[in-house]
Structures are given as structure tokens and as C-alpha cells.
Ligand binder design. Structure first.
Ligand code: MD3
Ligand code: FE
Length: 196
């Protein structure tokens, strides 16, 4: 079922359904080729979230923005097909992602409020997939100081962020401890993007 979250943003609850094992396998395939690392923020802090990714453009540590990475493999057909299917469901039939970023949260990992604006065409949506332990997602407005609402994102939930919501501040509250049958002590979030 679908829940509108904000203008242009929609939650597709449990959209992953039986594809969860395949998507988790894709995460592990990507991590085998490009291990999870804890990036250092421009301010010099080690991020509690570990990251990897695949595709045309990958975030590189210490840089503000995307750099093309010719060594990064393209998205698999499985990932591409899944991301397109979710975008179509949410009303974005023209979305063709070229990259995915994967975040891995362990207990207490969090993501502070930020905007995603390094992609070249901000009219393209972002498709985000949650796997494993649940997390409290925070989303606000176009200003960091805008009031935030909380939404619980659980295993298999997909959120598509487009339109006016694309530049909203958002973050993740510290992960609570737990063990998920598929992912163990972690939450994974895959974001599909058209970066270039
Ligand atoms: C709203 N990831 O990778 S997913 C990120 O759960 C990121 O790991 C979080 O924020 C996570 O940048 C949140 C939901 C999400 C992703 C991208 C967005 C919400 C968004 C882009 C614009 C607005
Ligand atoms: Fe983000």
C-alpha cells in the first residue's frame, strides 16, 4: 500500500516483498567488490554509517559532490529493474538510475539532517529501499530549521522522493539494537539515483 509523505514523496510499504533475499544478495555482491567504509565528513568526523555503492558516480571521501568512477561497475539488471518498477509505481515512469549508494547502520548509527543535492538533475527522483532492522526516519522542509516529522521505515519499505520533496532535509535517528532474520544486527538502505 502507498502512503503519501510529502509533495512528490510516497512510501510503498513492503514493496520489496519476496525480492528481499535477491536485493540483499545484491548488497553483498556490491560489498564484495567495493567494501563498506566509514567516510570522514568534510568537518573531519568519522561517519557512524558504513557506505558502499555501484554505478556511474560514487561519492568520494573528502570531496563535496560526485566524481565519476570508471572503475565502478554498472548497476545489475536486477537492481535496475527493481528501481524502475518502484519509480513507475510512484508515478515517475522516466527514471533511469545510473548509480546506487548503500548505507549500513549498526546499533547507534545515525544520519544527521542533510539535503541530497549533488545529483546533476534534481528533477529526477531518488528511490530508497530499507532492508533489515527498522529505523526512525526524520524529514523536514527546505530549511534545516524547519520542523521535522518521524516515519518508521521497516524491512521491505520503499520510498520514492521526487518533486518538491527532493530537496527536503532528512535524516535517520540512532538505530536501536536488534537482530533481523535476513540482515542480522544491521539496517541497510539502498538509494537509487541518476547522478550524472
Ligand atoms: C529525501 N539515506 O543516502 S533514505 C542518503 O536511510 C540518505 O540511509 C537515508 O539520506 C537512509 O542520502 C534515508 C530516504 C531518503 C533518501 C534520499 C532522499 C530520503 C530522501 C533524498 C531527498 C529527500
Ligand atoms: Fe539523503
Amino acid at each position: 500500500w502507498q502512503e503519501p509523505l510529502a509533495s512528490g514523496a510516497v512510501v510503498l510499504r513492503r514493496f520489496v516483498q519476496g525480492d528481499d533475499h535477491d536485493l540483499y544478495q545484491e548488497v553483498n555482491n556490491i560489498a564484495a567488490q567495493n567494501p563498506f567504509i566509514h567516510r570522514i565528513t568534510p568537518g573531519g568526523f568519522r561517519m557512524s554509517v558504513a557506505m558502499t555503492g555501484r554505478g556511474a558516480a560514487q561519492w568520494l571521501s573528502g570531496r563535496d559532490g560526485y566524481l565519476s568512477n570508471s572503475e565502478s561497475l554498472p548497476l545489475s539488471d536486477t537492481l535496475l529493474a527493481f528501481a524502475k518498477r518502484a519509480a513507475i509505481e510512484a508515478g515517475y515512469p522516466d527514471f533511469i538510475p545510473d548509480s546506487c549508494l548503500i548505507n549500513r547502520y549498526a546499533v547507534d548509527s545515525k544520519m544527521t539532517l542533510h539535503q541530497d543535492k549533488n545529483e546533476r538533475d534534481l528533477r529526477q527522483p531518488i528511490v530508497s529501499v530499507s532492508l533489515g532492522l527498522p529505523a526512525v526516519f526524520l524529514f523536514g522542509g527546505l530549511l534545516r530549521s524547519d520542523k521535522t516529522s518521524k516515519v518508521l521505515l521497516e524491512h521491505g519499505d520503499v520510498v520514492v522522493w521526487g518533486g518538491e520533496s527532493r530537496l527536503c532535509f532528512h535524516g535517520i535517528s540512532p538505530l536501536k539494537p536488534g537482530i533481523h532474520p535476513l540482515t542480522g544486527p544491521y539496517r541497510f538502505n539502498i538509494t537509487f539515483r541518476k547522478a550524472l
